[in-house]
Design a protein around this ligand. Sequence first.
Ligand SMILES: [Zn+2]
Length: 317
Amino acid sequence: MGLRSPANLIGPFIAAALLLILLIALATLVDEGELLRTDPPSEAVNVVTSIHPITAIVQKVGGDLVDVSTILPAGSGAHLHETSPRDMSVAQAAECAIRIGGEMDSWVVQVFEVSDHKSHLQLLDAAEELSQQDTVDWVNPHIWLDPIIVRDYLVPTVERELADVDASNSQHYAENAETFQDELTNLHRELVELMVDIPDRGFISDHPAWTHFARRYELWEVGVIERSPGHEAGPREFANLLQEAEAAGVRVIVTTRGHVGASAQFIADELEASMLELDPIGTPHCEERNCYLQLLRFNATRLVQALSNGSSGRKSE
Ligand SMILES: [Zn+2]
């Protein structure tokens, strides 16, 4: 039999028909796949923040209704960051941009301002009235490190912001905020209890990250080495700091994760004090400090341990 007989033509014809059916089926699957990919996330409010602690707070208030991205990569210094084109596209995709404000994360302003967000929130504005409690007319930007400031100022502000952007879910945001505020009250009680019996409460910090925290828990920030990044104390100031620390019997020098300066080491050597690395920003991949409550517990526990170990039995002043 020759290859061109009608019976032999049926094979290729069926194969072509099957291929066509397969192509149509594949095209349908791709369509459905795209629908599946785009539909549910479009419900979530896309939020971009400058640093991880804000992300942690927004996640508590927003729950499943928000999709939060952080510009600062894990492990980077929070005060200085060089933004990239990737940061631009992350910011542009968001409806709502939230930063601390002031000098804290001014590096993000450029990235936030190129985007057309529904809102651009600075949390320092929410805490503005805190400046009235001080003799200074500015608020130290490390406001997230005091759980009571977070409870009373930041959570209500974030809740209002999310409700503004996504009014249909405002009831959910209000409920989440209330639950988180209760958790913060409990955390605060836990930390008071944890720190109540430390005899020596003084420490020196590489920069004023723990000022609000120290005030809340009646610890004593005797001094700081840098008022803000790059503004290290001059020789006279440095000598005063050393003198004050010595008089106060400081045994703990707090440094910031990933940033151990020579001055901190020098003071530690002079005072025979121990260096304690804390993590004010949090480490998203690390389970023991990836959420807000854990971050505060992690740092408080380490600080208490260091202050207690450094204790020479003196009474606090
Ligand atoms: Zn800082």
